[in-house]
Design a protein around this ligand. Structure first.
Ligand code: NAD
Length: 406
């Protein structure tokens, strides 16, 4: 599932929806939901997975070597115990090599104690939003991971920097350009790292798609399409309250399509078109847009067509049309179960890669960059760009005309 709505029930619904899309001929699958690829290619190349002892033994002619001590794990403080942190992030620490959960911040003491018990976190390391700043005196906390409603990202990121910690902040980075700039400034002043949790950029299927897109695997890219759609659920949630969310489906999930267009092309858009719809008869969409369609033009001439919607279906995918062939990821931005198809007029294939926890991969990436003092792949500046473009997308939709993206 791509977002916060990852209950078992939703997951089952998604799987049956994916079968339905397949039957409709989308996503290169047969009516039975199986890939209709004529051939299949397998590329299992994930360096995170392997057996260091046997690999070393092989390299050294069969003499096993005892591996060194495990790397020191940096301590993460999780801020906000909502669906995403409890359902995805905390469980992912078991797959992390360089990160471990050491502290929690929540307004719900009983819930935090239950979570602390589950992850062997000391109850002395449970903080509230009010005494959050006391984390400054906790040397076990290296990184603060902000998993709060979008409008609160700036305040808690800045407070974390003031407490002398590094920050991993959920997407969208913030609800305004000014907040993004304040967050970047606070990180620089503190001399600490700010990374935006663009988990998909740490996910092997997307990494492979980026490699193929940038290397012009089937010739130059001509256009890309992307849809990110999710079943939003009932009206009582912060995502439908503009003060807390900053906007509707675009800020929440359209950002995946936008970011994908940028990471696939490696370019920044020059022009933006958009249309949006806000169904005022549905109380859920009195404050924020339900659906938005946007188009991007890139300097090389690549065109991109993207849709995001809070709908009754859930799917997320993209297709890259090269001059001589194509690739598709469907799903592209799920939590799990990514599939990679590609082909030319003569052939159609599926590429199989190992699935890994990309939540663990992104937390490890930040921890390693801190240890090695290297720049992160998705810094605050990356988050700021998407927030700027989303403001332009809203402007284009409001004004009904093409706007320049810069
Ligand atoms: P959620 O509603 O399930 O959890 C939000 C948490 O914030 C709750 O624990 C809530 O108690 C707390 N909170 C603190 N102050 C609040 C306030 N004033 N109003 C409402 N809640 C408040 O939301 P979520 O789905 O966990 O999303 C949190 C963040 O994570 C969002 O920025 C979202 O975009 C992001 N997210 C990212 C992904 C991803 O795949 N990267 C997936 C889901 C959510």
């Amino acid at each position: 599932m791509p977002e916060s709505h990852a209950s078992d029930w939703d997951r089952r619904k998604f799987l049956s929806a994916a079968g339905g899309l397949a039957a409709a001929g989308l996503g290169s699958t047969s009516a039975a939901g199986q890939p209709k690829a004529e051939q299949r290619t397998v590329e299992l190349d994930n360096p995170r997975i392997g057996d260091p002892i046997s690999q070393t033994a092989k390299a050294q002619g069969g003499t096993p070597q005892v591996p060194g001590p495990p790397p020191k794990k940096l301590g993460y403080c999780i801020v906000g115990l909502g669906k995403f942190s409890v359902g995805q992030i905390l469980p992912a620490f078991k797959d992390a090599e360089h990160a471990r959960p050491v502290a929690l911040v929540s307004g719900d003491r009983a819930k935090s104690e239950a979570v602390a018990d589950a992850y062997d976190i000391s109850k002395k390391k449970i903080y509230s939003y009010d005494n959050f700043d006391a984390i400054a005196d906790d040397p076990d906390i290296d990184v603060v991971y902000i998993i709060l409603p979008n409008a609160l990202h700036a305040e808690f990121t800045i407070r974390a920097f003031e407490a002398g910690k590094h920050v991993l902040c959920e997407k969208p980075m913030a609800t305004s350009i000014a907040d993004c700039e304040r967050m970047i400034g606070a990180g620089k002043q503190a001399g600490k790292k700010l990374m935006i949790a663009y988990r998909v950029q740490y996910e092997p299927f997307n990494i492979k798609a980026i490699e193929w897109a940038r290397n012009e695997h089937y010739g130059p890219i001509q256009f890309i399409t992307s849809e990110t759609v999710i079943e939003i659920g009932g009206p009582n949630q912060w995502r439908l309250d503009k003060k807390l969310s900053g906007g509707g489906s675009l800020m929440d999930i359209g950002i995946y399509s936008l970011n994908a267009m940028r990471y696939l092309t490696g370019e920044e858009p020059t022009h933006i078109n958009a249309m949006m719809h806000q169904d005022n008869s549905d109380p859920r969409f009195s404050d924020v847009e339900q659906s938005i369609i946007f188009q991007l033009k890139f300097p090389s001439g690549i065109l991109a067509n993207c849709t995001s919607s809070y709908s009754t279906a859930t799917f997320n995918r993209y297709a890259v049309a090269f001059r001589d062939g194509w690739l598709k990821l469907d799903p592209a931005t799920n939590y799990t179960g990514h599939r990679f198809f590609h082909g030319t007029p003569e052939k159609e294939e599926q590429l199989f890669l190992k699935h890994v926890s990309h939540f663990a991969a992104e937390m490890d990436h930040l921890a390693q960059c801190i240890k090695d003092n290297k720049p992160v792949k998705t810094p605050g500046e990356e988050g700021l760009k998407d927030v700027k473009y989303m403001q332009k997308i809203y402007q284009a939709a409001r004004e009904g005309k093409t706007v320049t993206a810069g």
